[in-house]
Design a protein around this ligand. Sequence first.
Ligand code: NAP
Ligand code: ZN
Ligand code: ZN
Length: 347
Amino acid sequence: MIKTKGYANHSATAPLQPYSFERRDPRPDDVAIEIAYSGICHSDIHTARSEWGPTIYPCVPGHEIVGKVIAVGKKVKRFKVGDTVGVGCMVDSCGKCPNCKINEEQFCSDHTVFTYNSEELKDKTNTLGGYASHIVVKEKFVLKIKKGLPLERIAPLLCAGITTYSPLKRYGVKKGQKVGVVGLGGLGHMAVKLAKSMGAEVTVFSTSPSKKDDAKKLGAKNFIVTSDPANFEAVAGKFDLIIDTVSAKHDFTPYLNSLRIDGTHCLLGVAPEPNQVHAFALIFGRKRLTGSLIGGIKETQQMLDFCAKKKVFADIELIPASEINAAYERTIKGQVKYRFVIDAKTF
Ligand code: NAP
Ligand code: ZN
Ligand code: ZN
């Protein structure tokens, strides 16, 4: 067993605190990783606080993981001790169903094992995530990271990067297209950088007027403050694609009205409460309202290679583990610039 130090909470209302536990010894197809950095995603907060339904405690969140291989099982072929690697939101799936076969393991029709708060396939224990010194993961779910990159800025790519890259690719974003990004947080700032790097003209929709200069620096051409409905008039019928990263309940109608004919509003944020949309907002202009969940392992590797080539990395605030609870509060207030990343040496 691998002695592991991490942070966990023990109920929906309890803060995260130091927590020691053991990882399994690597199985023949496992990779054991010493974690270097771990990003803080808003999904960690939703889960730690049981906002999406009851969470299993103790909960060790964290699914934006980079680190170094310290041991490999005897059947592992793609990794060796010393390699730099990443782990995202999933650590296993059935591997046999139609969705796994087309590299969409996040939609495994049997059971996707998520990196935390999820039942493992073999031993049926609850997964514990990346706010920890070590993790042991099946080779197939470990990503390669090129040498010489700023690792702390790569960690957020493992969730915020792939979650925004996948719909931008799926809906064919390219030069000349107009892309809107709603919410400038962890996912939002990656969406801006990635859409810009694919050639799109990017507009940020934000509740925070203070983020205007940052939005421009990140690559946005336009910035719309969403608190005044009049600000939407100038962009009616304009966008090919809107990427919606907002973590709280909000009205989709102004965004649907901002799409061109056949335009797509893609939901990434998951507010705890359901929403309502009037059919008129969709039928006039044949608008599409859709959603997207992270991305498969193959696509995650493509995204990492794309970001390495284009030098697209997250903008981060590096924190010690003792500041996780304060970081949660600032994230909830929309004050993160633009992803908190935990230095795993401090667990
Ligand atoms: P984040 O860093 O907290 O960013 C969310 C942003 O939404 C905030 O910075 C804020 O931007 C805006 N916002 C927050 N509250 C709002 C409100 N009440 N009304 C309007 N705007 C509001 O969160 P994140 O880590 O990017 O995650 C965003 C959401 O995506 C979360 O719900 C998370 O669980 C979900 N998620 C989904 C996937 C997936 O696969 N689909 C993957 C990862 C995360 P402004 O200040 O600019 O308004
Ligand atoms: Zn996430
Ligand atoms: Zn499957």
